[in-house]
Design a protein around this ligand. Structure first.
Ligand SMILES: Nc1nc2c(ncn2[C@@H]2O[C@H](COP(=O)(O)OP(=O)(O)OP(=O)(O)O)[C@@H](O)[C@H]2O)c(=O)[nH]1
Ligand SMILES: [Mg+2]
Length: 429
């Protein structure tokens, strides 16, 4: 055998060969042509990227300048409307930056976030993760805190685990089945400081977070500060944590100026409210403010890109340093993803925060039973359940018979406005 693993050609008439000099010349020419094509491509690509980065940098510089002005302006009644206008301007610039960056990806209704080079194909390229199941949870935290270990423990997924940072470089989905609910859990790359400026996979992670129903913000013992840092980074990106959207209704009109309705005494001046509205381009509208709002909440209600997500905060690797009684609080769960410690409590918390309950559908002619569970939410009524089954199914249903919790007696006939309760068995009639 020849040292290179290739047999020498058998003896016989040799094919015409090119002189060594000519072959070298052709190779060099090919290499040159390839490099010209590549350099043209990279020049084009990089020019495009420089353009995008420059626009982004301009917007970031504008935002920074306005934020500086806000910090340096003393807040009192005389300056309130000016500060309101500046805050609205920052929000609008951030909305614009966000729209520009998400336009690059295109997208679909049930898809989560912008993930360049993800698994999706065709027109959905750039959007990689499909929402599935009854709810979607995203695991966010610094690198190496055990996010993938937790995903693997809670779901059927096998996300790579290793003792170094950035083991996970894309979105890894898994499905957790708990009390009949299918809960999708997404493992994403670690979030480092400066994530929203695009460090690491920060922007992509943040865009996946925007589609979540629930976030698990996760860190490890000794890195407790990370939770607040991540919360602030998400807030700066328009993601509102554990709060409901402000109860403000904006009905745009063609004329008539700005009319503000509120039965509650507001701390904000009407002038401030009007400044904020006009900064968002709303010149004619009836604005109904149904709760006492802060300036930030009012700005949020005009902004198009706010999302409202529930959060559970978790400290992992508690096996290495068990928490002292003084560390324990309602807000933070200590777990060990590796040993499984604290995971039953985490699952219960997920269930509670998602407001899930189980109800059971009883078919006509059947005795009450629990064979067909349906995941419902606290506060939903029987008509919501009928709609979950299908709009065709819901169409001709006027009443229901119920058994178990909520029923005054077995088989009570009730209207579809009746609220569901955990364990209720329902036959629609
Ligand atoms: N002692 C202990 N080690 C853990 C625990 N959970 C994870 N680890 C270890 O921590 C290291 C990092 O775990 P990963 O699950 O890869 O962490 P990650 O957060 O997904 O990391 P990135 O993907 O890099 O962001 C691995 O060596 C795990 O074995 C835990 O509960 N206790
Ligand atoms: Mg990981």
């Amino acid at each position: 055998m020849h040292p290179g693993g290739i047999e020498p050609p058998p003896d016989g008439p040799k094919p015409p060969t090119l002189s060594v000099k000519l072959r070298v010349h052709i190779q060099v020419k090919k290499l040159y042509l390839n490099s010209v094509i590549i350099s043209h491509m990279t020049q084009f690509e990089s020019r495009k990227k420089v353009g995008q980065d420059r626009t982004r940098a301009d917007v970031d510089a504008q935002i920074e300048a306005i934020e500086k002005e806000i910090r340096e302006t003393p807040y009192h009644k005389g300056t309130e409307h000016h500060i309101g206008k500046l805050r609205a301007r920052v929000a609008r610039l951030k909305d614009r930056a966000f729209e520009q960056s998400s336009k690059k990806g295109g997208g679909g209704r049930r898809r989560l976030g912008h993930w360049p080079g993800g698994r999706a194909s065709g027109s959905e390229r750039g959007y990689a993760v499909k929402k599935q199941g009854d709810a979607t949870i995203v695991l966010v935290g610094p690198p190496s805190v055990g996010k993938s270990t937790l995903l693997n423990k809670l779901t059927n997924a096998q996300s790579k685990v290793a003792p170094y940072a950035f083991t996970t470089v894309t979105v890894i989905p898994g499905m957790m089945v708990f009390k009949n609910a299918q809960i999708q859990i997404l493992d994403v790359p670690g979030l480092i400081e400066g994530a929203e400026e695009g460090k690491g996979r920060g922007r992509e992670v943040i865009s996946v977070v925007r589609g979540a129903d629930l976030l698990i913000i996760m860190t490890e013992v000794g890195k407790e500060d990370a939770i607040d840092r991540i919360k602030k980074a998400l807030e700066r990106n328009g993601i509102r944590l554990n709060t409901a959207p402000p109860d403000v209704q904006i009905d745009k009109k063609l004329s008539g100026g700005l009319i503000i309705h509120s039965n509650i005494k507001q701390d904000l001046d009407k002038v401030t409210i009007k400044e904020i509205a006009s900064e968002f381009g709303v010149k004619n509208a009836e604005i109904y403010i149904k709760e006492k709002v802060t300036m930030d909440a009012l700005v949020d209600s005009f902004s198009k890109n706010r999302v409202y997500v529930s959060v559970i905060q978790v400290i992992n690797k508690a096996d290495l340093k068990p928490p002292k009684p003084s560390d324990l609080s309602e807000e933070i769960l200590f777990i060990s993803a590796e040993t499984g410690g604290g995971l039953p409590g985490l699952k219960d918390k997920i269930w509670e925060v998602l407001n899930f309950i189980n109800v059971y559908l009883v078919n006509p002619g059947e005795e009450p039973n629990k064979d067909i569970p349906i995941i419902a939410k606290v506060g939903e009524s029987l008509s919501d359940i009928a709609l979950k089954i299908g709009s065709d199914f819901a169409e001709d249903k006027k009443e229901a018979k119920i058994w178990g919790p909520g029923a005054k007696f077995p088989g009570q006939e009730v209207s579809l406005t009746t609220k569901v309760q955990e364990g209720m068995q329902i036959r629609f009639i």
